[in-house]
Design a binder for this molecule. Sequence first.
Ligand code: Z5A
Ligand code: MG
Length: 214
Amino acid sequence: AATAGAPRGAFILFEGVDRSGKSTQAAKLVEALNAQGTRAELWRFPDRKGTVTGKAIDEYLSATAAAVSSSGTGGTEGGKSGAGLSDQAIHMMFSANRWEKSRALLEALQQGVTLVVDRYAYSGVAYTAAKRVPGCGVAWCKAPDTGLPAPDVTLWMALPPGAAAARGGFGGERYEEAGFQEQVRGVFAEVRDSSFVDVDASGSVEEVHQRASC
Ligand code: Z5A
Ligand code: MG
């Protein structure tokens, strides 16, 4: 039940290319908000654990970048159920993953909890449209997310090409390949809307935190 009289929480989204510091900054913002007395929670998409779709998504992403390049964009091999999903099917899974959480997300906001969310529908569109699969352009990619709760603000973690890849840990999962990341960046630029606010994501973690929290 909604908390009577509680002001609605804010829906603050972090988006950006890989390794731009979204997860680091989202966690720091939640910590800072709670420390100043604002009830805040960290949510992330894909939600790999608390959802029906999470397991298939996890298996799909865990198939390596090599699996992607050897089979085009979608990957057709892999002994696990999610790993060989078509580009269209995995796109729907990511969207369904958000829909699975949408009711709980709205309830939390109504109860006055501020949600700091690490990736959402913009990532969904960017990663599928960047594959350049015939028939799966931006409009097609956006369609299944139509009607989802919208963020109040989208903090775009702005980082020059190459800087993100230099941060380490790059290359383990599907999609973590420099050329593909540039295509992803291009789609993000195309789909950004009035909720976007640029945050300079270069510099130290603390410097970026100061920029992201003002
Ligand atoms: N995906 C999709 O296809 N469709 C969808 O609908 C959705 C997602 C929602 C998994 O996402 C994949 O799912 C992702 C998009 C796709 N594909 N890829 N690739 P994920 O969110 O789980 O991805 P991740 O593994 O968390 O990586 P990330 O999000 O790209 O990284 P990040 O969160 O932006 O960065 P970070 O983890 O905070 O930092 C990365 C490293 O840099 C780490 O070692 C930090 O310690 C370091 N770091 C952070 N900040 C700094 C600063 N300021 N200076 C130096 N070093 C730093
Ligand atoms: Mg992350």
